[in-house]
Design a binder for this molecule. Structure first.
Ligand code: ASP
Length: 591
């Protein structure tokens, strides 16, 4: 039934017509959004990426029969003229809400079957269904906005780097493993049967090679692939803003990224963010917020109150301190009025989180202290705990004892839950922080060896170099993360730029000389050819766009994402392949 577009040329998009256009002839092309059939009069909205415009087909136009056929998602051409809407039909929520098109001709360019969910209404639809019909989901206003925001943001990012003399350089997708702590996606080679390419977990080695190649400043908006254990909001392929700079200090990289973020937030209309960002040592982040990605929209922080109990009669707490543990407290402003029930709930929640116990303390209305351990610990110790935690008359403190980091993690989790519940995490506020001074290595108990906390190319802090052999676990790295509202949105480091240190690092990671040669020989060789000191960072584009868009899931800012179980529901990938392809690759499937 579809008619040809013939000589029709669009005069306006569906979001463009205004009162000033009244009387003009127009041609609109788009999708039928909604139809309201009033018998002698049919209203319908036409929609495209730019907006929605109301069309009216009147009895005298001879178009009622055509208009009656229209169903949501039909593709139409509307030829007509612009009129003012009658007062009762003005829609102030719509940019085109004061005008409508009196249809002179309606051509159905293509019909559509009944959609599996409504496009016009933001009714709640299961995510599986949305992903199966992603092309329809993408027609919905929220997704249209998110995808447009993503485009605008990437444009700002490209322009920013261009004006700062960066070159955008593509690096290979079929390559060799780059260790970033995940499994590789492998691609079998047909030409070299039995051999495999790995998809890049990041362009790390290539961007460093570009520094060796004298490119000085590199960036790339690049797809990376990580076959990780499934977590709710991870994608097997995701996009990074990858950056590398020669001769740069950590401070210079921070300044660059702070300016980028500042421009980005202004450009997408989220206002001016405060720069420079604050910096927090990794150890402090863990101690004070129980997390290496603290949400600093809420200023509650954990305090160490071990001293309050060293001389007390409270044996359990005293022993914790004597055996190297800590007593930590989270003061909650205004929490002093919490009911017994609320306090019991907090204790129960701590239990659910795996804690052996949670103690609370506060000042009563009479100024006397109250605490779940008042009797065993004594008034003086509890009072001193409140004072050390900096608690005021109205405040409550939650106390956890044991290994310092474990206690802080518990309190940090409660901190987030309480802040969420009390509305202290304002979605319109953006608080950035750099987390610095990460340990270089992490002990992997299962493998009984060290692994790189960031990646094996990260430089140790100069002052700690001596300890590389004697106390590797205590060596700090020149590594940093960028955290926004409790999400890690980027990470990077100053790199090792001499071969000897790089070899030493591989040794520490239990990568022997043979393995180092076969996996990274080309890179070790390159390091000998005049490598400038360099460093960089990668920002998680999907997460940043999600935060800008106010979305909690990165899937809502990716046009064609995979599910949380790494499946493309629309295309049906992964899928079986033709046995012929396997034979060509000399592979056998046991699946
Ligand atoms: N390659 C790192 C990553 O993908 C970032 C960096 O060190 O620049 O996380």
């Amino acid at each position: 039934m579809s008619e040809q577009l013939k000589d029709l040329v669009r005069t306006h998009t569906c979001g463009a017509i205004r009162e000033a256009d009244v009387g003009k002839p127009v041609v609109l092309l788009g999708w039928v959004h909604r139809v309201r059939d009033l018998g002698a009069l049919i209203f319908f909205d036409v929609r495209d990426r730019y907006g929605v415009t109301q069309v009216v087909a009147r009895d005298d136009s001879g178009l009622l029969a055509t208009a009656k056929r229209l169903r949501p998602e039909f593709v139409v051409a509307v030829i007509g003229s612009v009129e003012m809407r009658s007062e009762e039909t003005v829609n102030p929520k719509l940019a085109t809400g004061t005008v409508e098109i009196a249809a002179g001709d309606i051509r159905v360019l293509n019909e559509a079957v009944r959609p599996p969910f409504q496009i016009a209404e933001e009714t709640s639809v299961s995510e599986d269904l949305r992903l199966r019909y992603r092309y329809l989901d993408l027609r919905r206003p929220r997704m249209q906005q998110n995808i447009q925001l993503r485009h605008r943001a990437t444009n700002v990012i490209r322009r920013f780097f261009d004006t700062h003399d960066f070159l955008e350089i593509e690096t290979p997708v079929l390559t060799k493993s780059t260790p970033e702590g995940a499994r590789d996606y492998l691609v079998p080679s047909r030409v070299h049967a039995g051999q495999f390419f790995a998809l890049p977990q990041s362009p790390q080695i290539f961007k460093q090679l570009l520094m060796i190649a004298g490119m000085d400043r590199y960036f790339q908006i690049v797809r990376c692939f990580r076959d990780e254990d499934l977590r709710a909001d991870r994608q097997p392929e995701f996009t990074q803003v990858d950056v590398e700079v020669s001769f740069a200090s950590q401070d210079q990289i921070f300044e660059l990224i702070e300016r980028l973020m500042h421009e980005l937030f202004e450009a997408v209309g989220l206002g001016s963010i405060e720069i420079p960002f604050r910096r927090l040592a990794y150890s402090e982040a863990l101690a004070r917020y129980g997390s290496d990605k603290p949400d600093l929209r809420c200023d509650l922080a954990v305090e160490d109150i071990s001293k309050a109990f060293v001389d007390s009669n409270f044996k359990v707490f005293r022993q914790v301190v004597e055996t190297g543990g800590a007593i930590r407290a989270l003061p909650i402003s205004g929490g002093g009025t919490a009911s017994r029930r609320e306090l019991d709930d907090l204790v129960a929640r701590a239990g659910e989180l795996g804690a052996a116990g949670l103690v609370w303390a506060r000042y009563g209305p009479d100024g006397k202290v109250q605490s779940s351990v008042l009797k065993v610990a004594g008034e003086a110790a509890v009072r001193s705990a409140l004072e050390l935690a900096g608690a005021g008359k109205e405040d409550l403190i939650l106390i956890a004892a044991g290994d310092g980091v474990v206690a802080s993690k518990l309190l940090g989790q409660l901190r987030l839950e309480i802040a969420q519940k009390r509305g202290w995490l304002d979605p319109n506020q953006f608080v950035f922080t750099w987390v610095v001074d990460f340990p270089l290595l992490e002990w992997d108990e299962a493998g009984r060896r060290y692994t790189a906390m960031h990646h094996p190319f990260t430089s140790p802090v100069d002052a700690d170099l001596e300890r590389l052999s004697s106390e590797p676990g205590a060596v700090r790295a020149k590594a940093y993360d960028l955290v926004l509202n409790g999400s890690e949105i980027g990470g990077g480091s100053i790199r090792i730029h001499d071969q000897a240190t790089q070899r030493r690092m591989f040794e520490l990671l239990n990568i022997g000389p043979e393995e180092a040669k076969s996996r990274f020989g080309f890179f070790l060789d390159a390091l000998e050819h005049g490598t400038p000191p360099h460093g960089g960072i990668a920002l998680g584009l999907d997460r940043i766009i999600a935060l800008l868009a106010g979305e909690t899931s990165i899937r809502d800012v990716i046009a064609f994402p995979k599910t949380a179980t790494a499946v493309d529901l629309m295309a049906g990938a992964p899928a079986d392949v033709d046995p012929k392809q396997l034979r060509e690759l000399k592979l056998r499937s046991n699946g």
